[in-house]
Write a protein of this length. Structure first.
Lengths: 124, 220
């Protein structure tokens, strides 16, 4: 629901970082989104596309989103499994609910790539 | 022209996290226990607050923040009950964020507060992602909404420390199975306390308030 606002925040973070790193425009962005967050990757892609071409994003900028599901370890039977459905936090083998969860809530910018500012473009 | 790669590894919610940390530090410094009250629109959050104030204000000094897209109707309902109330209008935003809460905190005399309750914007999705530095997340589910909401909106319920089942007096009219809710919460690995209540008649509100007071005193 708030993906456009989030993408706007992401771009402000990128803008500041690009300035520090002497990058004129961003050509590639990689985000990692856990399946437990309420952020919809498709809505982020839509927002990204609508911001393309306006600074700091290049017209041909590409967005990559890696979606991560939580990994779990059952403390009762030792079974390792991926939580495929966000309403099933129990062991598929023994039904145990005492599980250790790793990941699934990631929401971060892993990296971006951009074209370096040249002396000429600085002057322009 | 050379292309450079920058590894950022920065949280997308970094701005919210920064404000939440700032709020948390303020709550700790002032000895304030903060509660994030969340639910879908119409589940009865404001009525629960109205009735809870009767139990809470004799024992604790309260502050209330209410969030809505528009109007000050909720704040008007809660005013004059012994606790200062601040209304935040989000003008379309689907949740309260930590920065909005930080702004609202300046309207309170924080030294005089034991407990801050924030009634979030009615929405079962987005508020779950945006902590403001609270001690407790509390979800409300009312029986006419149906007993399938826990599994349909798992994140909010998975993260909640307590679930208030409101409008329990309507249960026989709306085909609501409380066992199903308990089962779904168990499947989420939730250890949330469940409080059935009918805020309108006051039934069960005392039990929830006594529990909340114990949580405040435990940390205070």
């Amino acid at each position: 629901m708030h993906e456009t606002a989030l993408m706007y925040d992401i771009l402000r973070t990128l803008e500041a970082s690009a300035e520090e790193n002497n990058i004129e425009e961003i050509t590639e962005l990689k985000l990692v989104i856990g399946s437990l967050s309420s952020i919809l990757p498709d809505a982020l892609r839509f927002a990204f596309d609508s911001f393309k071409g306006s600074p700091p994003l290049a017209k041909d900028a590409v967005l990559e989103i890696e979606e991560r599901k939580p990994e779990a370890l059952c403390k009762s039977c030792g079974c390792s499994f991926t939580i495929e459905d966000p309403w099933k936090f129990f062991c598929p083998q023994c039904g145990g609910a005492d599980i250790k969860i790793d990941g699934g809530e990631e929401l971060y910018i892993e990296y971006y790539k951009g074209r370096e500012r040249t002396v000429d473009s600085k002057e322009n | 022209m050379t292309v450079k790669k920058i590894d950022l590894n920065t949280s997308i919610l970094a701005n919210n996290e920064m404000w939440a940390k700032r709020n948390r530090e303020l709550f700790d410094a002032e000895g304030i226990f903060a509660v994030n009250l969340m639910s879908s629109p119409g589940s009865g959050k404001t009525t629960i607050l109205e009735k809870s104030l009767d139990y809470l204000t004799p024992q604790l000094k309260l502050g209330i923040i209410v969030g809505d897209i528009a109007t000050t109707e909720d704040a008007n309902r809660l005013k004059g009950q012994g606790a200062p109330v601040v209304q935040i209008n989000t003008h379309g935003a689907c949740h309260l964020d930590a920065q909005m809460i930080s702004g609202a905190l300046s309207s309170f005399n924080l030294k005089e507060l034991d407990l801050l309750i924030v009634e979030n914007v009615g929405n079962l999705v987005c508020p779950a992602d945006f902590s403001f530095g609270e001690d407790l997340k509390v979800a409300v589910l009312s029986t006419p909404e149906g007993n399938d909401k826990v599994r349909k909106y798992p994140e909010m319920f998975r993260k909640s420390h307590a679930v208030l089942i409101n409008k329990i007096d309507l249960i026989s009219f709306v085909d609501f199975d409380l066992n199903r809710v308990e089962e779904d919460l168990k499947n989420l690995g939730s250890r949330a306390e469940i409080f059935p209540m009918a805020a309108k008649t006051g039934q069960g509100v005392d039990v929830w308030c006594q529990w909340l007071i114990r949580q405040v005193r435990k940390t205070g």
